[in-house]
Design a protein around this ligand. Sequence first.
Ligand code: IMP
Ligand code: MG
Length: 180
Amino acid sequence: MNELVKVHDREFEILLSREEIAARIDSMGREISAYYQMRKPVLLSVMHGAVIFASDLVRAIDNPLEMDFVRLKSYSGMESTGEVLMTQKWEKSLENREVLILEDIIDSGTSMNFLIDKLREAGAADIKIASLLFKPHAFRYEYPIAWKGFEIGNEFVVGFGLDYDGLGRNLPAIYQLKIS
Ligand code: IMP
Ligand code: MG
């Protein structure tokens, strides 16, 4: 696996290998399966970033579940704009459903806060979050994150679904911006 990659004009260095990510997603799948035993949650993936995480995670969960998708937009380049838009809504009725949001990364937490409000308005019975990555030093809210894959520092990361201006999502590992 490459230790260094270039995305657009910037160099990134390896942070989490594909093996570490795969092992963690398997263990998250087991924890989530145990929690939702005998129930049928809707796993709501946030596009585009979370779809790679979601496709591995759902195959590590062995109880019945449904999948749906929502598209949120807040980042431009390496900066959060602070404003969140839902540019594509989910399809199912989520009224009285147990919803598990799948997210690639929770940074300031603003995007998830926005989505939680929307899901409450839609009448979801229970809302939980599973995020592959979490930046605890950037997080500005109080809501719980039931399943966190990895806690990382504030550095900008790419790979495994996460992009830098549209590129880098297909990298099989997670890389952080190289501070040189
Ligand atoms: P938040 O609203 O500040 O929590 O940011 C959440 C969204 O911003 C995530 O769903 C990502 O799409 C994007 N984002 C935040 N941090 C990073 C990063 O380090 N790399 C790539 N995208 C990020
Ligand atoms: Mg995202």
